[in-house]
Design a protein. Structure first.
Length: 149
């Protein structure tokens, strides 16, 4: 398996995987959101980097979208793993682990001090992979709506 940065030729396969990611998290089917996210990832906008996993048959079987963020408390930077998804028929073959390893390598090359992500508490299959690669934190996540007007 090869892990590499997305190229323009990956748009169709990446989009299919990203639709699968959105469906897994019960997000609405939204082609505009997929197109916008592809645009950001493929152009490196908003500090994003897109990775894909390509199997030996040259089939794109996974994606990871990462973005840079400042860590004021430690005067350092980190990589935030926004999205990680493996094609259902490729699960259990090390795709997610390989993508996480490349995220760690990218962080190391850039001098980042952490790769961070969140997942649903009931995402037990993914958490088994995550627990082998990282340490779960005790932090609780909150979302606040922007003020209107």
């Amino acid at each position: 398996m090869q892990i590499r940065t997305v190229t323009p030729a990956d748009e169709s396969d990446w989009s299919d995987l990203y639709r699968g990611y959105r469906a897994f998290y019960a997000l609405p089917d939204d082609d505009a959101a997929v197109r916008t996210t592809w645009s950001w990832v493929s152009r490196g906008e908003h500090g994003l980097t897109g990775l894909v996993a390509v199997d030996d048959a040259q089939r794109t079987v996974g994606l990871a979208n990462l973005r840079r963020f400042a860590r004021p408390s430690s005067a350092s930077t980190g990589l935030y793993l926004d999205d990680l998804f493996t094609a259902p028929d490729a699960r259990g073959h090390g795709v997610a682990t390989a993508l996480l390893q490349e995220a760690a390598a990218l962080a190391g090359r850039e001098g980042a001090t952490v790769v961070r992500w969140i997942t649903a508490a009931d995402n037990s299959r993914a958490r088994q992979v995550y627990d082998r690669s990282a340490v779960a934190t005790p932090w609780v996540t909150y979302d606040m709506r922007p003020a209107v007007g």
